[in-house]
Design a protein around this ligand. Structure first.
Ligand code: AMP
Length: 215
């Protein structure tokens, strides 16, 4: 099963991908996570991507397309995958179609997460991550027991640079301009399904399971 998780930043794609990995036994392929790892490890890709990411802008297509293709060709993606945060532009969607042709694969379903804008802003600006072990928290919806300390490893919690308020506004604008048009692209291919992302994680998972199990 090859799935695209489409939707604005903060819609819960990453949260659901992690839950679904356990249910369907297919990996989450998150270009955002891969780019953050590249930045953290100080690679050439990370060096090229960092300024775009910190400003809430998209990393150039050529860099992201190569990254996604390499990851989709890995052995653990042979039985299926969930693309989270890719494609994000028309050029990436076309490149993905080419890639899939070459790899002899196809997309089975595109899940489009819909969440009202104020909820997206609240979700993103409250997100915190442990510097040490990477576990995620939210100051309102999933707070750590002690402020700014990880419950699991006592590491410091930090806020992603691009989750700060002005950058969040920029990311939503970039989504509207560059990524939202992909909804029509996949609707024309009859792959597009709407998920109401403005519900509890359990309820969102239940909606997804219904659609994926029927696909
Ligand atoms: P995310 O974690 O998916 O919200 O991604 C964080 C940031 O990484 C984005 O704001 C972009 O700067 C960059 N990024 C992630 N995926 C892509 C993509 N498919 N195309 C371009 N930039 C991306």
């Amino acid at each position: 099963m090859n799935i695209i998780l489409l939707g604005p930043p903060g819609a819960g794609k990453g949260t659901q991908a992690k839950i679904l990995e356990g249910i369907y036994n297919i990996p989450q392929i998150s270009t955002g996570d891969m780019l953050r790892a590249a930045v953290k490890n100080g690679t050439e890709l990370g060096r090229q991507a960092k300024s775009f990411m910190d400003a809430g802008q998209l990393v150039p297509d050529s860099l992201v397309i190569a990254l996604a293709e390499e990851r989709m060709s890995a052995p653990d993606a042979a039985g299926g995958f969930m693309l989270d945060g890719f494609p994000r532009t028309q050029a990436q969607a076309l490149a993905l179609d080419d890639m899939l042709d070459r790899l002899g694969k196809k997309i089975d379903v595109v899940l489009n997460f819909e969440v009202p804008r104020p909820a997206l802003i609240e979700r993103m600006s409250g997100r915190r991550t442990c510097q040490q072990c990477g576990v995620g928290y939210h100051v309102k919806f999933a707070p750590s027991r002690e402020a700014d300390k990880c419950d699991k490893c006592r590491g410091e919690l930090y806020q992603r640079e691009d989750d700060k308020e002005t950058t969040v506004a920029k990311r939503l604008q970039v989504y509207d301009e560059s990524t939202k048009p992909l909804i029509d692209y996949y609707a024309r291919k009859e792959l597009h399904q709407v998920i109401n992302g403005d519900e509890s994680p359990d309820k969102v998972t239940a909606q997804i399971r219904k659609i994926v199990d029927a696909a």
